[in-house]
Design a protein around this ligand. Structure first.
Ligand SMILES: NC(=O)CC[C@H](N)C(=O)O
Length: 202
């Protein structure tokens, strides 16, 4: 697949490396024209406030929205998740609403800025860096992995979001989930990580 990585700010290079290592073509996306002919898109971690300003400056919101609405797969990690969430708090911030989750920014507190862990089930490695927390998930959101009972990997249709940094582990699982060939809803035959795969209202 031809996968774009939004490359305005943050951790985009490593995502490009992983995408290439999985046999995809990686395209750094910085302008509207760069969206052409992409099959998938990664919104990387970084600083969501800065990313939002740059998206405005380069007038990319419509391109992003159109991409999401076309049903093409999007993987949003950390700051990327903050951009695509329905609502954002701590502090409040504008977001695009591609996925029905409510997130709090920098929600683990300063004492534990960054840490590594494993998902509650499925052995998925997690690297958190000033990570957001998903406080609520809508009923159409699947929870694919949890940490200490909280959702950390979620999906709604074509939009897959991680509160952690999958590009910093050697586990391609998250990319495979996000960019599986069919991104249609329903996911026949898909075995989610962990037991509690249905999405409760938090
Ligand atoms: N690693 C990250 O992407 C951190 C996200 C950052 N704390 C934000 O609020 O945008």
């Amino acid at each position: 697949m031809r996968i774009g990585i939004l490359a305005l700010q943050g951790a985009f290079e490593k995502h490009a490396e992983v995408a290439r290592s999985l046999g995809h073509e990686a395209v750094l996306v910085r302008s509207k024209a760069d969206f052409e002919d992409l099959d998938g898109l990664i919104l990387p971690g970084g600083e969501s406030t800065v990313q939002l300003k740059l998206i405005d400056r380069f007038d990319l919101e419509w391109s992003l929205t159109r991409f999401a609405a076309a049903g093409k797969p999007i993987l949003a990690t950390c700051a990327g998740l903050i951009l695509v969430a329905r609502t954002v708090t701590q502090p409040e911030q504008r977001s695009f609403g591609f996925i029905d989750v409510h997130v709090a920014r920098n929600a683990w507190g300063r004492q534990i800025d960054s840490f590594e862990a494993k998902a509650d089930e499925g052995n998925l490695p997690l690297v958190f860096i000033r990570a957001p927390r998903i406080l609520e998930v809508g009923e159409d959101v699947e929870v694919l992995a949890r940490f200490r009972g909280e959702p950390v990997l979620v999906r709604q249709g074509n939009v897959t979001c991680a509160t952690f940094h999958p590009e910093l582990t050697n586990d391609p699982h998250v990319y495979r989930l996000a960019f599986r060939r069919s991104s249609a809803k329903g996911l026949p035959g898909f075995a989610p990580l962990g037991a509690g795969a249905s999405a409760p209202h938090a």
